[in-house]
Design a protein around this ligand. Sequence first.
Ligand SMILES: [Cu+2]
Length: 227
Amino acid sequence: MCPHRTLSRSFATLSLSLTSLAAGSLQGRVRILEKNGHAREGLDHCVAILEPVNAPRPKLPTPPPVRIKTVGKRFMPRVAITTPGGEVAFPNMDHILHNVFSVTPGNAFDTGHYQPGESPKARARQPGLVKLYCNVHHMMNAFLWIVETPWAAVLDGRKGVAFENVPAGTYRLRLWHPETGEQSWAVTIGAGATTGEWSLQVNQPLLEMHKNKFGKDYPPEGDGTNY
Ligand SMILES: [Cu+2]
């Protein structure tokens, strides 16, 4: 084979791999707009997920163990993120019985009642949003996002999105909050910083109407029948 031709072919290979390795970042402010149009202070419970559309599919990191505690009849944190196969533990820090269940298709589970100090576990299966409830306490509600991308974050304490080391390509930016639901935007990322601004509109109640694990209304709390 002609040596010149071999050389030009290897240059072509090199420039192709450099292009696909060119990584950039996505940065920008996120706002949650109240029903009156004012921007909310803080982004607590807001989730940002960046998914490749026409871009290299990154290798998923090993899911870190997620802990959602029950403290003072609340789930803490209220919003968590993991990847398929990830384990989620529910340590009970209260002095009363709790339960965690979900009827979300693809991720339904039920821990049964668990005692103070116990920590039942569930495993993340299908990607998507999993709604978590306690069968004892109607007000207890949490959300688990199961994602297939390394670029996902709960925005508590942040001003917006900041994803680093994102290979060039096209992506879908998904933003979600319990009181706004989800919105998504197409985003093209090149080398360097890609910036933007995104807003979500509050249109849902703080606590979604929901039934207990039997599909029935919750009995009034405190009558003991649920324990
Ligand atoms: Cu409970």
